[in-house]
Design a protein around this ligand. Structure first.
Ligand code: NAP
Length: 346
C-alpha cells in the first residue's frame, strides 16, 4: 500500500505490516568502508531531512563499525522516527559458534548489535543468508521470541531462495510464530533472476522486497564508459582486489544493451542513469524500498532523485526489454501460461 505523507516523501507499508517506511532505504555498507564518520552522519542527516526514515545495516559491515557509526548518530534521536534494519548470520569472529543462525549465535549477535547501535530495539532483524546446519525451528523460534521480548519489532530474511522462504513462512504459520515480513534480495536492471521465483512469491505473500545493490555496485550509474577493466579512479571497481570478477559480470552484450537503454532514457527524461535505474526498480511489482549505497553526499543527492517521478510506459518497457535474461525451463513457460484462456473466469 502507498501513502504520501506531506511533501513529496512517499511512504509504503513494510509488506503486510502496518509500519510505514520511506520508499528509498539508506544502506550503510559504505560507512567506514568508503565514507568516514562525519560524511556518514551528514548523509544520514540529509536522508532524514529529505523525508527518509528507513536505514539498513548489518552486524558484519566493517566488522561492526557501520553499526557503531549509526549508533552514535542515533544518540538523542527519537527512535519512533527511525525504522532501523540490521542483519545477523555471518562470521563475527574466530570459533565455531561465532557464525550461523543457532540460538546461541543469534542471541549474541542481537545483543552486540543493540550495544553498537545504542538502542533497545531493532525494527527489522534480517537473517543475512540461509544456514544449512541450524534447524529452521531453532532459528525462527528464536526470532519469534526476540519479537515477543521486545528486542525486535519485525523479522525479515536476505538472500534466501523462494523454497527456503516459503518453508520458513509455513513453519511460522503452523506454530503461530511471528512471520518474516520482508526479503532483501539482490535486484536491479542487471540482476533480474530475482523475478523468476522470488518476486512472484513476495507478491503472492505480500512480502516487502528490499533490493540490495540497486545500481549493481555503481555499474548502472553509467560511469564505466571505458569498460570495467579501466574503471574511473576512486570507484568501487577501481578499488576492488578482483577486477576480473566485475569484468565477467559486466563486460558482455546484455550489459552493453542495458547501458545503451539507460543512455536513451536518461537523455529523454533529463535524469541521470542512476535515477533512471532506481526509478525502474521502484516501479517493479512487490518492491517496497531499494537500498541506496552511496559514498558521498553528492551521490546521495543524485539518488534521492530516483523517486518522486515516473518513467513513461514506453521508457519502462524499453529498459525491461534491454535487460531481459535468457530464460530456460520452467521459466520460459511464463509467457505461454499468461496466454492460456481456459483458466480465466468467464
Ligand atoms: N543483504 C545483502 O547480502 C547485501 C549485499 C550488499 C548490499 N546490501 C545492502 O544494500 C546497500 C546498497 O548496496 P550497494 O552499495 O551495493 O548499492 P549500489 O547502489 O548497487 O552501489 C553503490 C555504489 O555505486 C556507486 N554509486 C552510487 N550512486 C552513484 C551515483 N549517483 N553516481 C555514480 N556512482 C554511484 C558508489 O560506488 P563508487 O563511488 O565507489 O563507485 C556506491 O558505493 C548496502 O549499503 C547494504 O545496506 C545488502
Amino acid at each position: 500500500m502507498d501513502r504520501t505523507l506531506g511533501g513529496s516523501t512517499k511512504l509504503r507499508t513494510l509488506g503486510r505490516t502496518g509500519v510505514l517506511v520511506s520508499e528509498l532505504c539508506l544502506g550503510t555498507m559504505t560507512f567506514h568502508w568508503k565514507a568516514d564518520e562525519a560524511t556518514s552522519h551528514r548523509m544520514l542527516d540529509r536522508f532524514f531531512d529529505a523525508g527518509g526514515n528507513f536505514v539498513d545495516t548489518a552486524n558484519v559491515y566493517s566488522e561492526g563499525k557501520s553499526e557503531e557509526i549509526l549508533g552514535r548518530w542515533l544518540v538523542g534521536r527519537d527512535r519512533a522516527d527511525v525504522a532501523l534494519a540490521t542483519k545477523a548470520r555471518f562470521r563475527t569472529g574466530d570459533g565455531p559458534n561465532r557464525v550461523g543462525l543457532s540460538r546461541k549465535h543469534l542471541l549474541r549477535a542481537v545483543q552486540d548489535s543493540l550495544r553498537r547501535l545504542q538502542t533497545d530495539h531493532i525494527d527489522l532483524l534480517q537473517v543475512h543468508a540461509w544456514d544449512p546446519l541450524t534447524p529452521l525451528e531453532e532459528t525462527f523460534g528464536t526470532l519469534h521470541r526476540l519479537v515477543e521480548d521486545g528486542a525486535v519489532r519485525y523479522i525479515g530474511v536476505s538472500n534466501y531462495r523462494a523454497w527456503q522462504f516459503e518453508r520458513a513462512l509455513q513453519l511460522c504459520r503452523a506454530r503461530g510464530w511471528n512471520e518474516p515480513v520482508s526479503l532483501q534480495p539482490q535486484y536491479s536492471l542487471h540482476a533480474r533472476a530475482t523475478e523468476f521465483e522470488l518476486v512472484p512469491m513476495c507478491v503472492a505473500e505480500r512480502i516487502a522486497i528490499l533490493p540490495w545493490s540497486p545500481l549493481a555496485g555503481g555499474f548502472l550509474s553509467g560511469k564505466y564508459v571505458q569498460g570495467v577493466r579501466s574503471p574511473p579512479p576512486g570507484t568501487r571497481i577501481a578499488e576492488a582486489q578482483d577486477v576480473e570478477f566485475y569484468a565477467r559480470r559486466f563486460e558482455n552484450a546484455r550489459s552493453a544493451r542495458i547501458i545503451a537503454a539507460l543512455d536513451d532514457v536518461a537523455r529523454a527524461t533529463g535524469r541521470t542513469h542512476a535515477q533512471v535505474a532506481l526509478n525502474w526498480l521502484l516501479g517493479r511489482p512487490g518492491v517496497t524500498a531499494p537500498i541506496l549505497g552511496v559514498r558521498s553526499l553528492e551521490q546521495l543527492e543524485e539518488n534521492l532523485g530516483g523517486s518522486g517521478w515516473a518513467l513513461t510506459a514506453d521508457q519502462d518497457a524499453a529498459l525491461t526489454r534491454a535487460s531481459e535474461l535468457d530464460v530456460t525451463y520452467p521459466y520460459d513457460l511464463r509467457a505461454e501460461e499468461q496466454q492460456t484462456s481456459d483458466r480465466k473466469l468467464p
